[in-house]
Write a protein that binds this ligand. Structure first.
Ligand SMILES: *Cc1c(COP(=O)(O)O)cnc(C)c1O
Length: 462
């Protein structure tokens, strides 16, 4: 199994190289050259297996023997042992045929733990084997930073530097990052906004001279291993609800499109999926593209579901590559146009996407209404991201006989502001975190200057 770029001009890479490389050299994203396919028998056999065993089977073809089976099984088992629920990602039945797939039982209470607990371990394994060290740099406005830190805190061969905008992330989100006191974890509060932080990370990847040859690794969702790890829970949920003998549908609260693209991969691997419903907040580029063929940027809106606040969906490129029959030149041309001006998809690829994907956009007022309504009907308190999914699933569901699985992407305690705005007294943090607000914190405040940040990274890496 090799990996190729969505823009067709970069060299094909092995799994190991694709995990250690971010963007392809032609600006594209890496995808597997061929999609492995499970037979009905292989899928049927997965029902009833542990999450870690399903994860091993689903990911094995992508790893391509580059990690031996015994080691890979150990990495997977260790990654999912950090989750506080024995089922790792339990299914919770809401009503007649609507289920929540709870992806928030990991260390930082959002679904990003599922991929980052494994990615940290895979990176550390490859670096150890190569006798190399690497530096991770990332900018975060919330969930990714803490999940990446938790995923790397025990990695001997990695140092991680996470930039967040000073005084502009919630206290729970900041403390989830800054209370990790491991020697290889560095939190940098930038005196600026998220865009300043992200621009400095991008500039550092573009010119890595300040690290004197040490590799810089990206852990954002352009890293293929994150998508790979997310395919697993679609398969696990599908077989738990009767696949391959029954179809299922999924509704996914979406932003950069990494999560729902993983679902699409599960479908291509043989999981019988009736449809995917894409839920967005007011930052609705995915909905506008699918519903109106309006593939254009719109100004960022700060919403009650902040982890879905985006202007551009980076992983949508991976789906476009499939919709354009893997024509890298066509994808490159479309994205070039999109960068400069409002663009539109060609008729045939758009029609193909509409066969599998529906979409719905949910504004802040509706998020609050949904949190109240869902509680009234089901006794569950949804986090604001999951609330967009709950509404979209109800509005866009196809055949009522097909189970609808809405992905619960965060624990409501992590986004208590919206829950309180909806009229509830709040949600307690789970027991393993109830002292979060008393824990010691460590972080450095730096000006929004590239030279200062790079000097800090160069001096502190081990
Ligand atoms: C990151 C995130 C999302 C969006 O996921 P994508 O893979 O970027 O589409 C949704 N909800 C929560 C809580 C998140 O942290």
């Amino acid at each position: 199994m090799r990996y190729i770029s969505t823009r067709g001009q970069a060299p094909a890479l092995s799994f190991e190289d694709v995990v250690l490389t971010g963007l392809a050299s032609d600006g594209g994203l890496y995808v597997p050259e061929t999609v492995p396919r499970f037979s009905r028998e292989e899928l049927a056999e997965m029902a009833g297996l542990s999450y870690a065993e399903i994860a091993f089977r689903v990911m094995k073809p992508f790893v391509n023997g580059e990690i031996d089976d015994e080691t890979f099984r150990r990495l997977v088992t260790e990654a999912y042992a950090t989750f506080s629920h024995d089922a790792v990602v339990p299914l919770n039945q809401l009503d007649a045929n609507h289920f929540l797939l709870e992806l928030f039982h990991g260390p930082t209470l959002a679904f990003k733990d599922v991929a980052l607990q494994l990615l940290g371990r895979i990176l550390d394994h490859f670096l150890k084997k190569r006798g190399e060290r690497a530096v991770i740099m990332g900018a975060t406005s919330g969930d990714t930073g803490s999940a990446a830190i938790e995923g790397c805190r025990h990695c001997d061969n990695l140092d991680i530097f996470i930039l967040h905008p000073h005084n502009r992330v919630s206290e729970v989100q900041r403390r989830q990052m800054t209370s990790v006191l491991a020697d290889n974890v560095f939190n940098i509060a930038i005196e600026g906004n998220f865009d300043d932080a992200q621009a400095m990370v991008k500039a550092s990847f573009a010119d890595q001279g300040f690290l004197d040859g040490t590799r810089l690794v990206a852990v954002n969702s352009i890293n293929w291993a994150r998508i790979m790890a997310q395919i697993v829970y679609y398969v696990a949920a599908g077989v738990a609800l009767g696949a391959p003998h029954r179809q299922v549908s999924f509704c996914v609260p979406s932003a950069n499109f990494g999560n729902v693209f993983a679902g699409f991969m599960a479908y291509r691997m043989g999981l019988p999926v009736e449809r995917f419903v894409i839920a967005t907040n007011a930052n609705d580029i995915l909905h506008r593209t699918l519903a109106d063929n309006d593939f254009s940027k719109k100004e960022l809106v700060a919403t009650l579901a902040p982890s879905m606040d985006i202007v551009v969906s980076s992983n949508f490129e991976r789906l476009l590559f499939e919709a354009y029959d893997r024509d890298g030149a066509a994808v490159a041309a479309l994205l070039e146009r999109f960068q400069a001006e409002p663009a539109a998809l060609a008729d045939a690829p758009l029609a193909k996407l509409r066969e599998m994907f529906a979409s719905h956009s949910v504004d802040d007022a509706t998020i609050l209404e949904v949190i109240r309504e869902a509680h009234h009907r089901t006794q569950e308190i949804l986090d604001p991201h999951t609330a967009t999914g709950y509404r979209a699933a109800e509005r866009e569901r196809g055949d009522e006989a097909v189970p609808m699985i809405t992905l619960a992407t965060a624990h409501p305690a992590k986004f208590a502001e919206a829950v309180v705005k909806a009229g509830f007294p709040g949600v307690p943090l789970p027991p393993h975190m109830d002292d979060l607000l008393e824990r010691e914190e460590r972080y450095s405040v730096l000006p929004a200057e590239l030279a200062a940040v790079q000097q800090f990274v160069a001096e502190n890496r081990r």
